[in-house]
Write a protein that binds this ligand. Structure first.
Ligand code: HEM
Ligand code: HEM
Length: 135
């Protein structure tokens, strides 16, 4: 599957979970899991959708193994960070290492994305200098 399609599909699944959680918080009037909800939506829905848009705009990355790795690592990091942040806010301090490792996974995935952005910028410029002068 193309990286952008994987990213869009994962983003929708995270959005369903994040919005479900938001509705649950609103209905119960218990906002104690707000940070988990906020990060589930911002890392899972917003960021993954933006990665997908970038990959859709750069067809060379649609079949890149590195780009697919970036998406998968981001998804794993998001899922674990959400669970860890929720657990920490429920008082389970044993989840601190899980939060730390998942944050590092997210940082690594963002580093990978940054590398792909810099590399694809160079490649596009070499291929079509006039069209991409602004990139
Ligand atoms: C039906 C959908 C949603 C519901 C019912 C909902 C509900 C809530 C509730 C009850 C809070 C806690 C507010 C507080 O205690 O101050 C909250 C916070 C938050 N939500 Fe949602 N939410 C929804 C969708 C979303 C989406 C789609 C996003 C992101 C794209 C999002 C991002 C946030 C953020 C960033 C916060 C934290 C705001 C702050 O720092 O005060 N939510 N949401
Ligand atoms: C590894 C990645 C990240 C880590 C470890 C992290 C950590 C944190 C922490 C510790 C807080 C304070 C929460 C509290 O007071 O209980 C926070 C708040 C917040 N972060 Fe992040 N963050 C990350 C990524 C992001 C990203 C990528 C976004 C936006 C796209 C974001 C948006 C927010 C927002 C809106 C708040 C305020 C709402 C809240 O308290 O939950 N964060 N973050």
């Amino acid at each position: 599957m193309k990286t952008s399609s994987t990213s869009f599909r994962a983003a929708c699944l995270f959005a369903l979970a994040g919005i479900g959680m938001g509705i649950g918080m609103a209905a119960s009037q218990d906002h104690s899991l707000m940070p988990a909800h906020a990060h589930l939506n911002l890392l899972g829905w917003v960021s993954l959708f933006l990665f997908g848009v970038y990959y859709r705009l750069h067809p060379a990355l649609e079949t890149s193994r590195l780009a697919m790795t970036q998406i998968v690592v981001w998804c794993v990091g998001t899922a674990f960070l959400t669970v860890a942040v929720a657990a920490l806010h429920l008082g389970y301090s044993a989840f601190e290492p899980v939060a730390a490792v998942s944050a590092l996974l997210l940082l690594g995935a963002l580093g990978l994305f940054t590398l792909l952005v810099f590399r694809s910028g160079k490649q596009t410029q070499a291929a079509t200098p006039a069209l991409t002068a602004a990139e």
